[in-house]
Design a protein around this ligand. Structure first.
Ligand code: UT7
Length: 327
């Protein structure tokens, strides 16, 4: 048998500060009923002023390493995903690597919107399968509240902060990952973006006056595309693994909107109790939603070794994808 890849450990971290729906009623023209009915979100978390994305990822990583029973010296490569890195450069993977005391290890930042965890896991997976490394730390972290416009009711109620981490290791046993599918289409780039602070629109006073440093989203069109792309992605990984949806123990969809998750689960014929939902507690934390939901259920003892799980997501880019794995 060739080299297999195993999820040896997982961890997550969400900041302590809670923003409930009442908070938004005081700052924009919205109300609890609209937010609940249209999104399913009750609360979301906000990083403390002194916390940046790497700080959340460091805490999640420590838990994942503890869960895997490994130390910093065992990690050979760090893959970090974020749409809100500490800085545009250097990469957040380097900052996390240094803070955790990991030495002589590769560092790579990937960026694929809310599909980023699936992309990052696929990178770690491929490195191990190719025989290049045996132990890789994969992190997704985001402080979306730092790029949220609290004057825009269309978006400000949706987003929160958090991080998740996975330790992937080589194994001589069967591969945990049964299939990966990632895809993208840049013709949808304007659906969801942070226009300012890159090379196209640098952070000038003029750009900041136009509030271009904040996330912009065409919600309705993102919603429609997300349902179709997530359903197709999940079907592709099921087909690739020669499995049908009845064999799935848990569907973990990107937590962007309760209605999207319900619609995708219905199209896949996956019953309600198998669909993991954390959106009411944490809102949309970008690519981290999948890992936070997974790690939380592992910690609670609900997800068990041997369970078949599908991660499926859609996000800025546009990007979309899925993975099917046996934990
Ligand atoms: O994470 C990456 C992927 N992201 C997603 O998948 C998010 C996808 N999009 C969505 O989740 C939904 O589009 C939203 C929840 C953002 C919005 O729901 P929608 O059904 O698409 O509503 P809409 O944007 O068409 O807005 C309907 C109405 C509008 O009012 P009018 O024009 O009908 O009078 C909005 O102005 O709701 C209004 N509205 C609000 N009302 C109260 C928008 N935001 C709010 C708000 N409170 N916070």
């Amino acid at each position: 048998m060739g080299i297999g890849v195993k999820i040896a450990g997982v961890g997550y971290y969400v900041p302590e500060k809670i923003l409930d729906n009442a908070y938004f009623e005081n700052i924009v023209d919205t109300n609890n009923d609209w937010i609940m009915q249209m999104t399913g979100i009750q609360e979301r978390r906000m990083a403390a002023p002194e916390q940046a994305t790497s700080d959340l990822g460091i805490l999640a990583s420590k838990l994942a390493m503890e869960d895997a029973g490994i130390s910093a010296k065992d990690i050979e490569y760090v893959v970090h995903h974020s749409v809100t890195p500490d800085m545009i450069f250097p990469g957040t993977s380097c900052l996390v690597q240094h803070a955790l005391g990991i030495k002589d290890a590769g560092t790579l930042d990937v960026q694929a919107g809310c599909t980023g965890l699936i992309y990052a896991l696929s990178v770690g997976y491929a490195y191990i399968k190719a025989g290049l490394y045996k132990t890789i730390l994969v992190i997704a972290g985001d402080c979306l509240t730092r790029i949220t416009d609290y004057e825009d009711r269309n978006t400000c109620v949706l987003f929160g902060d958090g991080a998740c981490a996975f330790v992937l290791t080589a194994t001589t046993e069967a591969d945990s990952f049964k299939s990966f599918y990632v895809d993208g289409d840049g013709s949808f780039a304007e659906l969801l973006s942070q226009p300012c602070s890159g090379s196209r629109i640098p952070a000038t006073h003029e750009a900041l006056d136009k509030r271009l440093q904040y996330l912009k989203m065409d919600g309705p069109n993102t919603f429609k595309l997300a349902v179709t792309a997530m359903t197709n992605s999940a079907n592709k990984v099921l087909k690739e693994a020669n499995m049908d949806s009845s064999q799935i123990d848990w569907l973990i969809p990107h937590q962007a909107n309760m209605r999207i998750m319900e619609s995708v689960a219905k199209k896949l014929k996956i019953s309600e109790e198998k669909v993991v939902k954390t959106i009411h507690k944490y809102g949309n934390t970008s690519a981290t939603t999948l890992g936070i939901a997974f790690a939380e259920l592992v910690k609670e003892g609900k997800i068990k070794r041997g369970d078949n799980i599908v991660f499926v997501s859609f996000g800025a880019g546009a990007t979309w994808g899925a993975t099917l794995f046996q934990y």
